[in-house]
Write a protein that binds this ligand. Structure first.
Ligand code: ATP
Ligand code: MG
Length: 257
């Protein structure tokens, strides 16, 4: 049986002036595989996501999504193809309600024009779809609240709902639990795991909390100084001497992993 590949990155490098932020990174992700990208601060994780999601062009190398070369594709085209990066809270409209925030990407996704016949029905269907998405992320009952009044953790859940409204195939989440308290972190991680198991969306996350990474990821990639240091199952990564060395005194030891 041939191996199914959702994302394939081939020898990607990215420089900023003379500084090489990514060097010859190659990796493959299979559909449905919950993957994590880890590495010390400045290792190149966000740069990698920026390259894969079309925000930065690689200096060299190629990126394939569902077999198609997307190396030079701009971010908006990739969104249309189902490859999304988390938009961070800045993409949320704080003055709108929770429901309205999810309706915006749904309208864009369906390309709806409300000026034609059947507009009311269409609008009702979209609102139902938005409610369903909100219930999937655990925001049932919050639809009519204005976003600016919500707790930080709930705002991050709206971010996930907005991403889901585009029916993505692959979602890159850069530190989805950053700034969260332990309960919010738990809830976010359970959500990502649940969505990964129950939907057609594949998640690729970066995360600094090693306990979180080792408990959810099926496959882990380790970046260090722009290069891919290791890849494998959590057990393989935990036992890898190069990884231990890169993290010496850092989060791997601190987390007792
Ligand atoms: N636009 C840019 N211009 C110049 N240098 C950059 C740019 N973006 C990233 N870098 C540099 O590339 C290196 C990798 O940065 P990146 O943000 O990708 O690391 P990271 O692994 O995401 O780190 P963190 O864990 O702190 O988020 C850093 O040294 C950073 O200063
Ligand atoms: Mg980063």
């Amino acid at each position: 049986m041939t191996e199914q590949i959702l994302l394939e990155v081939q020898e990607v490098s990215r420089s900023f002036g003379k500084f090489q932020a990514l060097s010859n990174v190659s990796l493959k992700i299979q559909p449905g595989q919950l993957c994590a990208l880890i590495g010390p601060n400045g290792a190149g994780k966000t740069t990698f996501y920026n390259v894969v999601s079309g925000r930065y062009r690689p200096t060299s190398g190629r990126v394939f999504f569902e077999g198609r070369d997307i190396t030079r594709a701009p971010a908006h085209r990739l969104v249309g193809m189902g490859l999304l990066r988390s938009f961070q809270i800045t993409n949320i409209f704080p003055a709108l309600t929770v429901l309205e925030n999810v309706l915006v990407p749904l309208v864009v996704h369906h390309g709806s024009s409300f000026s034609c016949l059947g507009a009311i029905e269409k609008r009702r269907n979209l609102a139902e779809e938005a409610e369903q998405i909100l219930s999937r992320v655990g925001l049932t009952g919050q639809s009519h609240r204005v976003v600016s009044t919500l707790a930080y953790g709930d705002k991050r859940l709206i971010e996930i709902a907005i991403v889901l409204a585009r029916r993505p195939r692959l979602v890159l989440l850069d530190e989805p639990t950053a700034g969260m308290n332990p309960e919010e972190t738990d809830r976010m991680i359970r959500l990502i795991k649940d969505l990964s198991e129950r939907s057609d969306t594949t998640f690729f996350i970066t995360e600094h909390d090693m306990k979180v990474v080792f408990s959810v990821a099926e496959k882990i990639f380790v970046l260090n100084q722009g290069g891919l240091l290791a890849e494998g199952s959590p057990e393989e990564i935990r036992a890898n001497p190069h990884v231990k060395r890169a993290y010496l005194g850092g989060s791997l030891d601190a987390a007792g992993l």
